[in-house]
Design a protein around this ligand. Sequence first.
Ligand code: HEC
Ligand code: HEC
Ligand code: HEC
Length: 127
Amino acid sequence: MYNKNAVIAGIVAFLVICSSPFWCGFGSDSYKKPEIVTQKDKNKECVEDAAFMRAEHMQLLNEWRDQALRNGMRVYVNAKGKKFDISLQNTCLKCHNNYEDFCDKCHKTNNVEPYCWTCHILPKGSK
Ligand code: HEC
Ligand code: HEC
Ligand code: HEC
């Protein structure tokens, strides 16, 4: 027989420690989450849901590029059947038109530096 009290104490300790994100920063929710500015029309949902986007937007963008360039597909249909134009500039960055405070802020916080902008145009200033 194991010691039931010790097991319970262990579980309690785990929960207490892990309720502090500082100590248990696993999972994608540990990203620093900057404020999001979106289009003001009814079209307020991201291409996919936020949790998916947080974890998978890089792969999604790769997919988009491949679809557009290799297969000539310019329309993306999401999990709910909604259609979006496949365009980094005209779709993603039209809603997220605050690149510096959204994409860039989070990337800097997480030490990522996408190399896309040597070719793709950022919305602010350059359009
Ligand atoms: C060396 C230049 C270059 C770099 C770097 C680059 N791209 Fe592109 N990308 C292109 C060109 C050229 C096209 C084709 C544009 C077209 O046909 O509409 C394209 C098309 C795309 C498309 C589909 C069409 C569109 O307008 O969005 C996506 C999505 C895309 N790239 C994502 C990315 C991402 C994400 C990165 C960074 C990780 C990146 N690209 C880096 C040159 C580049
Ligand atoms: C129609 C407007 C719209 C378009 C287009 C759009 N987004 Fe979003 N995006 C949103 C909204 C609104 C949220 C916040 C959703 C929430 O919190 O429920 C969001 C959330 C996100 C998140 C998660 C942020 C977080 O951690 O909470 C990422 C990453 C993201 N979008 C990237 C992208 C990329 C990359 C594209 C293009 C492939 C894109 N978005 C296209 C509106 C849009
Ligand atoms: C909530 C935080 C967050 C937001 C917001 C966010 N990103 Fe990211 N992004 C990341 C992280 C973290 C990575 C690195 C993931 C990895 O390497 O697995 C990443 C990686 C990428 C990459 C791949 C870079 C590479 O070199 O492989 C691209 C492209 C990208 N993000 C584009 C965007 C765009 C465009 C937006 C705004 C529309 C955006 N991201 C918003 C957190 C975020």
